[in-house]
Design a binder for this molecule. Structure first.
Ligand code: ATP
Ligand code: FE2
Length: 330
């Protein structure tokens, strides 16, 4: 797919703009909202995005100029249409519409979850994988079949990352909790029984997070972190494995911020090896939320003629990946 697209990501904390073409990422500029304390305040995150949107767009354009790509070379503007926090999505959509009008190019609305999958297919050898997407707010197992990405399993309550962060907060660990839990878990091999909740193909993490907080009263934090990780990761590996078996695919792709975890990678690698499947992990910059993935899926959709009229470019905080007719794959 030939072309040059500027994409804007801003579903949650991260505001990120990037310019890509079919060969590579040309430029990327990111600014992350960090709340003074506690969790995310959607309105404040949106205000952050509003404040920095033009600076990040300008920076991506400036850096691209240094590489010989001018604003007039841009063929389309893409943005995260959802899922995410409504206030943040609306802010980013407004910036994207303005830019598309200014440059007089088409607008492309991108599903955030599918952008994680597509950037992984671009930046790893994965061709037709089962994708495990685990971030703060999202936990899904996705795979392509007959014109759509199907959701084979997903969380019924909170995302895996949020479950880790919630427990971490209760244990007095600073945000984000995931990396701290990983460090502490390394210091134990003492498993304490914890809830393991897989319902059909779906997952639930909220009870596990609460049980871990409770367990702190009787056990060391290292033992609790170890056991929490073992259960949470075994749950997502189980659903990923069943999706592999069901779809008869032979590749697994990892996506989302929780994918940074070494123990999770190890468990997935073991499962894949047992099944004779290949396991792919993109570079860190393409794992968490990033503008490049939005620009890249924007490029694929632009190439397929899958663009939006300004009046149809509303955002959807609950935008489901399995609701998208995939225009860009055979
Ligand atoms: P999304 O809108 O996609 O849900 P997000 O804002 O949650 O995005 P990500 O960067 O994809 O962003 O993921 C952040 C989550 O990843 C946090 O919950 C954090 O605790 C978790 N995380 C980061 N590093 C690790 C790690 N090493 N082990 C476990 N969890 C981790
Ligand atoms: Fe994400």
């Amino acid at each position: 797919m030939k072309g040059t697209v500027l994409g804007i990501e801003g579903t949650a904390w991260n505001l990120s703009t990037a310019i890509v073409n079919e060969k590579d990422v040309i430029s990327e500029a990111t600014d992350t909202y960090s709340p003074p304390s506690g969790g995310i305040h959607p309105r404040e995150a949106a205000q952050h995005h509003a404040k920095y949107a033009s600076a990040m767009i300008r920076k991506a354009l400036e850096d691209a100029k240094g590489k010989g790509v001018r604003p007039s070379d841009i063929d389309a503007i893409s943005f995260s249409q959802g899922p995410g926090l409504g206030a943040c999505l609306r802010t980013v959509a407004t910036a994207a519409r303005m830019l598309a009008i200014t440059l007089d190019v088409p607008l492309v609305g991108v599903n955030h979850c599918l952008a994680h999958v597509e950037v992984g297919r671009w930046k790893t050898p994965a061709d037709d994988p089962v994708t495990l997407y685990v971030s703060g707010a999202n936990s899904q197992v996705l795979a392509y079949r007959m014109g759509r990405y199907r959701v084979f399993g997903e969380t019924l309550d909170i995302g895996l990352g949020n479950a880790l962060d919630k427990f971490a907060r209760s244990a007095g660990l600073s945000h984000p909790g995931g990396p701290k839990i990983e460090q502490l878990a390394r210091q134990s091999k003492n498993y304490i029984p914890m809830p393991y909740v897989v319902k059909g193909m779906d997952l639930s993490f909220s009870g596990l997070s609460t049980a871990a907080t409770e367990a702190l009263k009787r056990h060391s934090i290292e033992d609790v972190c170890y056991s929490l990780q073992e259960n949470a990761f075994a749950m997502v590996v189980e659903v990923t494995e069943r999706a592999l078996a069901h779809t008869e695919k032979n590749e697994v792709l990892l996506a989302g911020g929780v994918g940074a975890n070494t123990r999770l990678r190890e468990m997935l690698a073991i499962m894949c090896e047992d099944r004779g499947a290949s396991f792919y992990v993109p570079e860190k910059r393409f794992m968490g939320d990033n503008g490049a993935m939005i620009a890249y899926l924007g490029l694929l959709m632009y190439g397929a003629g899958d663009t939006l009229k300004i009046e149809d470019s509303h955002v959807d905080p609950n935008f489901r990946p399995d609701g998208v007719d995939v225009s860009w794959r055979e």
